[in-house]
Design a protein around this ligand. Structure first.
Ligand code: GDP
Ligand code: GDP
Length: 453
């Protein structure tokens, strides 16, 4: 599990500037997939060794009378789901009535709230921030989100107290995970564990129906687990001789009766489930086509590097013409993800659910298929022979050897001279070459480049 950080504050204080800074590294991973709608309210943050989920709550202006009324339910829910609330104020503007309105509301919540005075660049931060003590929310943290000043200290200060509760939050140093031994240890651990499968999708696509179908077929023993709204339920199950843990974002098993309403869809819950999973099953509704929400969920999956299987649900009872039209649209809008299998299913009737699991297995196997230095270096040499790296600043880039840097997704680390200067097109060529040679399906692969031997 990753901690959730909510950014709160009236418009124009710099929430989205901070949000963009925090999520930039993760976004870089999906840069290769044009056509994705990025959700600018929710993001997977990776900043100076800390991983967390960040939510820009937007919709609070604080200007209105009666802050409770003014708060959009989305923002309220985001604050409710957060472990840490960063309350941004504008050091250049000073304390406003709107800030006080928001503070009043935040004080009522049982949350860790930190006041963050933004835009302290080029001004006397200490004296301009002093006003904000009047908010009665403790110390005032000074940052300049636009320049990154103070951001790292802010995160250390606000997130490190949660380190014990969220051990996954701290990313090992890059050099560390690049070690082949670490990769091998990671693989051993993955292979000894059940496959964690998250079923995600926007509301009403059929997640609950599919989950029940899968569980019904398997006649597994299921037990209720306690949790809060933003937690998914983990359901152990077995299928085709493999052990799984189903991460149920639809909350199927939390309902005490059929009639009890399914709890609200939560993006935070979905993001947590994706981060937690080995394989993500993204469910799309055939009858609605590809929506922006599907694309932003897809963006989150791609960012996470998890294995992916796509299920187009509600394929029952559709005319042949309609089916053809849907297939064309899928091809047009999802054609850019070339590594994921796509299945047309009916969760209601159970059609093709078996094939879905074949792809889940395949995706997991690909993500955890052992790769070693001699194999990777051989493939790298072949790629280099087929298509030489370019000359950069008068010298030909030379890739020397490759080794495993991690699994799920497989990470291939290439060492050589000037490899950091390789153009993106060549890096993509290498990735595709590895993909084809290693015959991996269902998982993205990452190729990293390191200078020197
Ligand atoms: P939001 O409405 O809270 O999301 O605010 P934005 O992130 O859109 O920022 C509002 C304005 O403040 C933009 O013009 C930003 O460029 C500017 N801004 C954000 N952070 C800083 C900062 O650290 N220093 C300065 N000088 N301006 C900033
Ligand atoms: P969730 O919100 O993603 O968990 O979606 P549900 O599983 O609650 O399904 C939403 C609605 O779609 C319900 O009325 C289901 O009966 C219906 N539904 C789910 N799967 C299928 C399917 O394969 N075919 C058809 N025709 N309807 C389905």
């Amino acid at each position: 599990m990753l901690p959730v950080v909510a950014l709160v504050g009236r418009p124009n204080v710099g929430k989205s500037t901070l949000f963009n800074r925090l999520t930039r590294t993760r976004d870089a991973l999906v840069a290769d997939f044009p056509g994705l709608t990025r959700d600018r309210k929710y993001g997977q943050a990776n900043y100076e060794g800390l991983q967390f989920i960040v939510v820009d709550t937007g919709g609070i202006s604080g200007d209105e009378q009666g802050i409770d009324m003014a708060m959009a339910s989305q923002s309220l829910m985001a604050i409710d789901e957060a472990d840490v609330v960063l309350f941004l104020v504008d050091a250049r503007v000073g304390l406003t009535g709107a800030d006080q309105g928001i503070a009043e509301h935040l004080r009522k919540q049982n949350k860790s709230v930190y006041v963050v005075a933004n835009k302290v660049d080029g001004i006397d931060g200490d004296s301009e921030s002093a006003d904000f003590f009047a908010l009665g929310l403790g110390d005032v943290n000074q940052i300049a989100a636009a320049h990154g000043r103070g951001v790292s200290q802010l995160l250390t200060h606000t997130l490190m107290p949660l380190a014990e509760q969220f051990p996954d939050m701290q990313v090992p140093e890059e050099e560390e995970i690049s070690q082949e031994q670490d990769a091998e240890n990671q693989l051993e651990k993955l292979l000894a564990s059940p496959i964690k499968l998250a079923i995600v999708g926007k509301p009403n696509v059929g997640k609950s129906t599919l989950t029940n179908r899968i569980l019904g077929e398997e006649r597994v023993v299921v037990y209720d687990q306690p949790g809060t709204t933003r937690d998914s339920i983990f359901i152990p199950m077995e299928r085709d001789g493999r052990e799984y843990v189903l991460i149920d974002t639809a909350g199927v098993r939390r309902r005490r009766s059929i009639s009890e309403a399914v709890e609200k869809f939560s993006i935070v819950k979905t993001l947590q489930a994706i981060e937690e999973a080995n394989v993500v099953l993204l469910v799309i509704d055939a009858r609605e086509g590809i929506t922006d929400q599907d694309l932003s969920l897809l963006g989150f999956v791609l960012n996470s590097g998890r294995s992916l299987v796509l299920a187009v649900n509600k394929w029952d009872g559709l005319d042949k013409d309609v089916k053809e039209e849907i297939k064309r649209e899928l091809d047009r809008r999802l054609g850019f993800i070339d590594f994921a299998r796509l299945h047309f299913i009916s969760a209601l009737h159970g059609t093709n659910v078996g094939h879905l699991f074949e792809s889940v297995q395949e995706a997991y196997n690909s993500a955890t298929k052992r790769i070693n230095t001699s194999m990777l270096t051989r493939i790298m040499d072949m790629a280099q022979a087929d298509h030489q790296p370019p000359v950069v600043r008068g010298r030909r880039v030379k890739m020397k050897y490759a080794h495993a840097g991690g699994y799920n997704p497989p990470i291939i680390v290439i060492h050589g001279n000037q490899v950091k200067d390789l153009p993106d097109s060549y890096k993509r060529y290498m990735m595709n070459y590895f993909r084809k040679s290693l015959k991996v399906m269902g998982t993205p692969i990452k190729v990293e480049f390191r200078e020197g031997a």
